[in-house]
Design a protein around this ligand. Structure first.
Ligand code: ADP
Ligand code: MG
Length: 324
């Protein structure tokens, strides 16, 4: 991961957050009950609010990284979560604390773990479940993009589930690399995880909302095949695979994947960002609706209706119509 060397609005960083950062000892309010995950600069622990019994995920973010004060990056991550507060597909920020070494974000707990576990397991999810998770992901991404926010680190480890079995709803986490687009100048030079990174990032070309749609393509590929599309034997090979968009849809892994699913992935994994559909356009792809028999919430429907008939021709039949 390389962070943009500039800081502040020019680099798409938000500088102000509303959530107060408490310096009171967290241990008197929460009981910590184990580790949920960890990254380079963060540890996430499960914790229970003593007064209410409510479970939260506490993300411990180091204030100093590589000898540098990174408080601004943490404030930015909080501010992005606040901006996305009314986005049901983004994890909610409940409170924040500060210790000697960390700022700790108390996040809504997603009990079902990472959708990554459904990409790597022997038993893949049925396509009807996958389309539901992808629809929800697109809803969340669409909402972010409407606020001029790009996530830039969408991958199966950063899409969580509210419940493991049966799979619940998705929650997008990890806004450490997220940026605000557009205000001043263009955004380049941020690096995510090699396997999931879009070609324009490797080429230091301007970053747009289309960068997130590439990632949705990678995530979908992984959910339907159980394999990572671009991973090579080393970083170099992975980068080469990404920049050449080296994908083989004729592999054994695709033998039981529907044609519509392949079509959906093919449209996202294209080199030129402008040629990828937007999140709203993706929402009307027939793959996402063919197996959907139960009525969807109103919010999903409104996104789809706004994008009807643009990129994919006529939208799929309304599932509610089938019942009548
Ligand atoms: P990093 O920036 O280190 O990748 P993340 O925010 O992605 O940090 O958190 C790391 C991991 O911790 C996630 O991949 C997930 O497994 C777990 N995790 C993060 N947030 C939550 C949450 N709200 N509920 C449950 N688990 C979480
Ligand atoms: Mg992460």
């Amino acid at each position: 991961r390389r962070l943009d060397s500039r800081s502040g609005p020019a680099a798409g960083l938000l500088c102000e957050c509303q959530t107060p950062i408490s310096t009171e000892p967290m241990e008197s309010v929460y009981e910590f009950t184990g580790e949920l995950g960890r990254g380079k600069f963060a540890v996430v622990k499960r914790c229970v609010e003593k007064a209410t019994g409510k479970v939260f995920a506490a993300k411990f973010l180091r204030k100093r990284r590589r000898g540098r004060d990174c408080r601004a990056e943490v404030i930015h991550e909080m501010a992005v979560l606040e901006t996305a507060r009314n986005n049901a597909r983004v994890v909610n920020l409940h409170a924040a604390y500060e210790t000697d070494h960390d700022i700790v974000l108390m996040l809504e707990y997603a009990a079902g773990g990472e959708i990554f576990d459904h990409c790597m397991s022997e038993e893949l999810l049925p396509e009807a479940q996958i389309t539901r998770l992808i629809r929800q992901t697109l809803e969340g991404v669409h909402h972010l993009h409407q606020s001029s926010l790009v996530h830039l680190d969408l991958k199966p480890q950063n899409i969580l589930l509210t419940c493991l079995s049966p799979p619940g709803d998705i929650k997008i986490v990890d806004f450490g690399l997220a940026r605000r687009l557009g205000a001043v100048g263009e955004l380049r030079e941020i690096l995510g995880t090699p396997e999931y990174v879009a070609p324009e990032i490797l080429n230091y070309e301007p970053i747009t909302t289309a960068t997130d749609l590439w990632s949705v393509g990678v995530i979908t590929y992984m959910l339907v095949t159980g394999e990572s599309p671009f991973v090579g034997d080393d970083k170099q090979e992975t980068y080469l695979n990404v920049s050449q968009v080296n994908v083989d849809y004729s592999m054994e892994a695709f033998s039981r994947v529907s044609e519509l699913a392949v079509d959906f992935i093919r449209k996202l994994l294209v080199k030129t960002p402008e040629d990828r559909p937007t999140a709203a356009e993706c929402m009307s792809h027939p793959w996402l609706w063919q197996l959907c028999l139960s009525p969807e919430p109103a919010s999903t429907r409104s996104v789809r209706e706004r994008s009807c008939g643009t990129k994919w021709g006529a939208p799929a039949e309304d599932p509610e119509d089938k019942e009548n």
